[in-house]
Structures are given as C-alpha cells and as structure tokens.
Design a protein around this ligand. Sequence first.
Ligand code: FES
Length: 570
Amino acid sequence: MERRSSHWYDGDGRDAYIHRAWMRRGLPAHAFDGRPHIAIANTASDLTPCNAHLDEVATAVKQGIWEAGGVPLNLPVVSLGETQVRPTAMLWRNMAAMATEEMLRANPIDGVVLLGGCDKTIPSLLMAAASVDLPAVVVPGGPMLTGTFRGTPLGCGTSTWQLSEEVRAGTLSREDFLRSESAMVRSKGHCNTMGTASTMGLVAEALGTTLPGVAGTPAPDARLLEASHATGRLAVELVEADRRPSTLLSRGSFLNAIVALAAIGGSTNAVVHLLAIAGRLGVELTLDDFDRTGSGVPLLVDLQPAGRFLMDDLHRAGGLLAVLAEVRDLLDPTAMTVTGRPLVDHLDDAVVWDREVIRPRSEPLQPEAGIAVLRGNLAPSGAVIKPAAASPHLLQHRGPAVVFDSIEDLHARLDDPDLDVDADSVLVLRGCGPRGYPGMPEVSNMPMPAKLLARGVRDMVRVCDGRMSGTAYGTVVLHVAPEAAAGGPLALVRTGDMIVLDVAGRRLELDVPAAELAARTPAPAAVAAYAAPTRGWERLYVDHVQQADTGADLDFLVGSSGHPVGRESH
Ligand code: FES
C-alpha cells in the first residue's frame, strides 16, 4: 500500500532528496524504504506537571514502533497545564487542537501515537486526530500515586477544595493547610481523583482509542511503559490496516463512552470534550444523548470526589474493563477499538478484585448516576448537573437568586457579612461562558459564603454558565446555554428572583412572569467580556467559539479536512 510519507520521500528527484537528507541524522537509508513513519504527539512539558513524565513514555513507544518495523518521530505539541495556564486551559484547548491538527497534516507521517494526561491534553489530541483522520492511538499518561497527610489519603484536587474550605470555616489552621502542600502530589502523573484527566483517559479507552486495559494505569507503574511499548507496535499495525478515526469511531463508540462516563462517575467536562470530538468526525451526538444514554446507568465506582477511593485503587480493583463488564448489556457490541476488535470482546477476561471500589451492578452506589441535562427558560439550549456529586436534598429546590456578574464580583462580595444570603438561596454566577470569560473556566463550584460556612452549610444550589473542575462536588448547575455574554436569559436574572431546580423533571426555571422577563434588558456587566480581546488567539476565539451545548469548539474547526496536502514546500 502506498504510504502518505512516500509523497515526501520516494524518488530520486531534488525534493525527495531534500526531505530525506535533512532527516538523515542517524536514520539509516532503509528508514525511507516505505516503512510507516509514526509521529508521537507528545504533550510533555515542565509547565504541564501532570505530563512531565511523557518523554519516558515516548521512549517506550519509540521502541515498540522500531520493533514493529516503523520509524518513530517525536513531535512536541502544545501542552496545557491545568493548574498553570491563565485565564483557563479551556481557552487554549481549541488552539492546541488546531496546532496539533495542522502539524500532523503538514508533516510526512502515516500515523500518530497521542500522549496526553492533564485535563485538556487528551481532548485536544483526539480532536486533532479526528480532523486529520490519520491512524491514531492514545497512551493516557496515568494518574499519580496517592499521597497522605496526617495519615489520611489525599485526593489531588478534591482535598485541596476541602482543606481550603476548612480554613475558611475556621476548622483548619493555615499552617496545617500549607503543611499539606508538599503531600498533595506524591508522584508523577495527573490528579488521582475521578477528575477530568482520569475521566478523559478512561473515556478514551471506552471510545476504543487506547490499548484496552491501559487507562488508569498509574504513571509510575512499570506496566504503563510495557503498555506504551505495545502501543508503539499497535500504531504500526493501525497504519498497515488503515484503521483511522473515521473508520473506528461510530455513534456507538460515543454512546459507549457515555455509559462509561456514568458508571465511573466521571467529570462533567467530558460532555464538552466528547461533543467537540464527535463534531470533528461528523458523528451525530447531542447534549440530550448524555441524558438519554447515561442518566439511567448505575454509579459503580466509589472514587472521589463522589466517593471514597482514588485512581490507584481503581487500577488495583480491575480498572475500566472490569467496570464495563458490569454494564456490558448497555454497550454497543459493534463499536470497534484500535485493536480491530469490538470493545465488548475485551471484557471477557475482566475481573473485579475489590468489590468496595467497583460495585456489582446489583449493589450500585447510585442506581441512576449519569449526567442530567436540564432545560427551561433559564437554559433554553440546556445545562448539565452531575447528581452523583450533588446533595440529594437539593435536587428539588426553589430559592431566591443571589447574582454575581463575574468571578471578581463573587470574590469581592461573597464573604461580606451583609450579603443577603441563606442556605436556601441560589448562587448565580454569570459571565463565565466560552465567550464571556473568555474560555469557560472551572469556577461554577462557587465557595460557600463565609457566614453560611460558619453555620455548617456545606452545599447550596449554584447556577453558572462556566464549568466545574472534575475534582469538585456540590449541587452545581453548569454549562448554562446560551451563556449570559451570548444573550442567554442568565443575563436577565436579578437578585431575589426565584429559581426552580427540578432535576427529576429536568427543569431549570426562572420563576418570573414571561411579560416581565421580556421587558427586562440584560445586565450590562453580565454580557461584557472582562476585557474585550483585540488581537491574537483570544480575538479569534471570541469571534468563533460555539456554545457549551455543542462542545465549545470554534465554528470553523468543526468537521474534518483530512490529511492530503497538495503543495510542495520548495
Ligand atoms: Fe493536571 Fe489535575 S491538574 S490533571
């Protein structure tokens, strides 16, 4: 079969000479004899601490590619450190996806191994691979080992929120809080809770884009390198078989991912990422599919933030395949994986080794745990809530709104002793959507007002057009669409208006007469971006970003342009 790379390297003319000669830095002549050239799209970066070990993973992948007769090529790509990047890594997800897409298309490669870990890295890599449609396989970088503080396991992310709230509540000294800092991250790897990074690694496996069984392998575990080596070998096989995202990923693959997302109690961020990846492939997937397919799926995995354990416990207990074996009947049996076999074929040997961590289907942690999609006059295009992370008594609620126009407004007034707020109030934060922030940050899990914290209040209904960290918890309505800055009715809410949350009825309503709402004008502060960007990526982003209910991709990046490149460079 004719290789894509042969369009660069084959022949005895000047151009092929140039392409080969500049690559001959130790590569033998037979590297250009028609064998597959495989890029390793590598998000290793010192500024993405969760991915800093991926060069080691890349070395193992390279060995596998060589061994199988391919030529490995390290390709550093844009990397996003969730804790480091301002104003939010989500602003840069689409930029990372676009840059990776273009570098995959521009270079002489036949396939790609995608190395990601921290929250946005696997989504951006999959979006890129979907648009270029070259054979692609993911190696999730894996979670860190569990650290402990004062004899108690720390959930990276989740414990940070909990400890900081304890300081605000006066139940933990600032000295002890700071003492926990060196214990929070015990080893290489990404956050060890069921946050977005863990979720997206597992979701990538449920989609069929990883070697089955690898997702969730802790980053320091020797088996990750063994699996990386095997993935390098598999990448060569993918090219030989011409197994590409468009031939592999079907609607059934995405529905399987939604089942997995619910069974593991995964992050709400997976909603925008899966919608964006599907959009790149032209696979029909809507927000309502998450509710239709996922909401009735039982929660089987007892991991923080919704439960007790951490990612190395899940791996020890059998991992994703053991979880999926419990819900096998809910999976699409035709959805394929990179192995060339359906996902369900890989469940035959799955065993649960710890029933505390992975519950049997007959004894779930929650019978119906998937993400619920809410609609109503406050969210005409939809909003989401994760009931598994919410307080059951707040899932049906009616209370007066306390409105904040921006995150700065929230920080300035939340702890004001004169703020008119009680436990029944509904905290509303707007101006945090894709366009309004810009970038849709993880700020929706607003802290409790200090005076309520002091009274022991630990959860309230919160409504926001932003996102929430996958490591966070609470009765939080997220991704309200359209966002306030795009003219959504969230911009019309006034402090004191009654808001009705009815998760069972899938409703989010502003209890204000329609005529009065029609007469209101949007609050100016709610529709203004914090500083309207005039240049660069932010300008492009604000002009073209879509709303959360379709994945917050840029309008001109939706779909695939494939991998042909018509013109030579010289
Ligand atoms: Fe990277 Fe949590 S900050 S996964």
